[in-house]
Structure formats: structure tokens, C-alpha cells
Write a protein that binds this ligand. Sequence first.
Ligand code: PRP
Ligand code: URA
Length: 209
Amino acid sequence: MPKLVVVDHPLVQHKLALMRRKETPTAEFRQLVKEIALLLGYEICRDLPLEEVEVETPLERTTVRMLSGKKLCLVSVLRAGNGLLEGMLDLIPSARVGHIGLYRDPETLQPVEYYYKVPSDIAERQVILVDPMLATANSAVAAVHKVKASGATDIKYACLLAAPEGVEKFQAAHPDVPIFTAALDRALNDHGYIMPGLGDAGDRIYGTR
Ligand code: PRP
Ligand code: URA
């Protein structure tokens, strides 16, 4: 079964509620995206493998556990993905970063690609793809196809809000990629916006409308 994780931690839900309010100003919205990304990242990284290593504390030698296994690569879907990226990088500062430039054509709701750059060793890394909104899922499905074409096999997808229609389409296209979201909203409206949603994520992060 494809995995859908709704991160219902009280702090996540509180921050998301503040972000949904239309009067929340740009600076506060941007700060909240960053904070929520950190909390989502914490949940996404829950199953990272650990290995035992020896360290010397100021008092004695002991065995501790540290991260092992594959290194991480965060991939941001421009431009709104960069809001989430910032918070996740605070949590995992040594992660490599890729960017996929996509915008959604307002008429067709199909993604238009304008940029693509990912680390050359992405095939050896665990990929966390970040984009705040999973609406029709056309952008997310295309973004995952791109990283798979570059060799990535171990991929997780993180967003703030998902629509049921988007989840269904995404899971049909990429059943191997778990979705982590802060909320599963009611439905899409006639323009492909998530309801009740939070509006246009890119515009709200960057104050462009
Ligand atoms: C938004 C969002 C997703 C996409 C989701 O980006 O950040 O990438 O829409 O919609 P979908 O699931 O229907 O494809 P947008 O196209 O507005 O571009 P922007 O990030 O540059 O504002
Ligand atoms: N993109 C957004 O930014 N918001 C939506 O509700 C849908 C797509």
C-alpha cells in the first residue's frame, strides 16, 4: 500500500492554522513555512538508519548511535518549494540540494519545466522532494519522474497541504514514494486550488500578489 503520513503534531497544526489565515503577513507566513518544514523533516527522518560508534566523552569511552547509510538530497520544486527547503536545511545542514523549476499553466494545470539541476550522485542518495502544495499532483508526478530519470530510487515527498484527488493521482503514478503532509484537505476547486487551502503558496511566501 502506498504510504500517506499526515503529520498531526499539535505544533504543526497550530502553525498551519496561522498560515491558512488570509491576513497572515508575508514575513510571518515565510517564517511559519520554515518552522513547519523543520517539524515535517523531523518526522520524515524518523526511520533513518543508525550505526554504533565509539566516542570519548570528557569522562570515559562509550558507544553511541549516529546516522549511517545513504546520504540525503533535498530537491525543491521551485519556487514555493524553497520555503520548505530552508527549514529542512536547518535540520539537515549537510544535505545536498537539487532544484526543479516548474510552474503550473493556469489554463491546462499542466506543469511547465524551466530548470533542472540535481547532484550528480543522486542515485546513491535518499531524496526528499519538497513542494508545499499537492493539488492536481501534475507538478509532483512530473518532479518525481525527473529525479527517477536521474537515477534516484529512494524518494520521499513532503508537502504542507494535499488534496484527495492529488494523493490518488500521485500514488497511482508513484506507489513507491511515501507522501508526508501537514494536512489532507477537502477537495480541489474548479481552478485546481486546494480547498480550504491557504491560497497560492508561492505568492504567499514571496508576496507576489
Ligand atoms: C504550485 C505549488 C506546486 C503546484 C501544485 O506551484 O508550489 O508546485 O502549484 O499544483 P499541482 O499539484 O496542481 O501541480 P506554482 O505552479 O504556482 O508555481 P510557483 O511555485 O512558482 O508559484
Ligand atoms: N498551488 C498553490 O499554490 N495552491 C493551491 O491551492 C494549488 C496549487
